[in-house]
Design a binder for this molecule. Structure first.
Ligand code: HEM
Ligand code: HEM
Length: 126
């Protein structure tokens, strides 16, 4: 999970670089877009795999009821925001939407929620 949050951070950084390139209408926008997509897609997959693994581990390995912790609450919020950002991002990629600002905001919110979950996850560590 540390790795997937770090990867999401790199995707966010690439997204912000893309935003700068887009706003200044610079020539680097295409490369920045490719870099953002290359990082963001595996980051979303890694976060969602971790999101599935947490409660499974809680239930099968620890014999505890899943989704009872603050970490689970923040993690669920983060996962939902990542899914929303990815769905909107995919529509932007296909040219079906131009809501880049909304996508960026969802991405930032998703990353912040994941960072909160990471902090709230320390108490769960064995
Ligand atoms: C780097 C940060 C993180 C750390 C150190 C961490 C650590 C943990 C640990 C130790 C558990 C308990 C699992 C067990 O061993 O039984 C857990 C559960 C869980 N994690 Fe994380 N996690 C992190 C990030 C995330 C993120 C970003 C998400 C969501 C996208 C997430 C979602 C969950 C969920 C849903 C559970 C189940 C908790 C429950 O059922 O109460 N985690 N995590
Ligand atoms: C599968 C997932 C994703 C896809 C397909 C995707 C796609 C895109 C696309 C196509 C743009 C370009 C807009 C343009 O050309 O100007 C963009 C911008 C951006 N993305 Fe993503 N993205 C994804 C996930 C994420 C995630 C996880 C984050 C944050 C952690 C993020 C943060 C941003 C930001 C900050 C921008 C700049 C928005 C702006 O220009 O105002 N994206 N994304």
């Amino acid at each position: 999970m540390v790795g997937s949050v770090a990867l999401a951070g790199l995707a966010l950084r690439a997204g912000l670089a893309l935003r700068r390139a887009r706003l200044s209408r610079g020539p680097r926008a295409a490369g920045a877009r490719r870099r953002h997509l290359r990082l963001a897609k595996p980051a979303v997959v890694a976060v969602l795999v971790g999101f599935a693994g947490g409660p499974l581990s809680m239930f099968f390995l620890r014999d505890q009821a899943p989704f009872t912790t603050l970490h689970a609450l923040l993690g669920t919020l983060a996962a939902a925001l990542f899914v929303a950002a990815a769905m909107l991002g995919h529509r932007i990629e296909e040219g079906a939407s131009r809501a880049t600002a909304a996508h960026g905001m969802l991405g930032v919110a998703a990353f912040l929620a994941a960072a909160g979950a990471a902090i709230a996850g320390f108490v769960l560590l064995p």
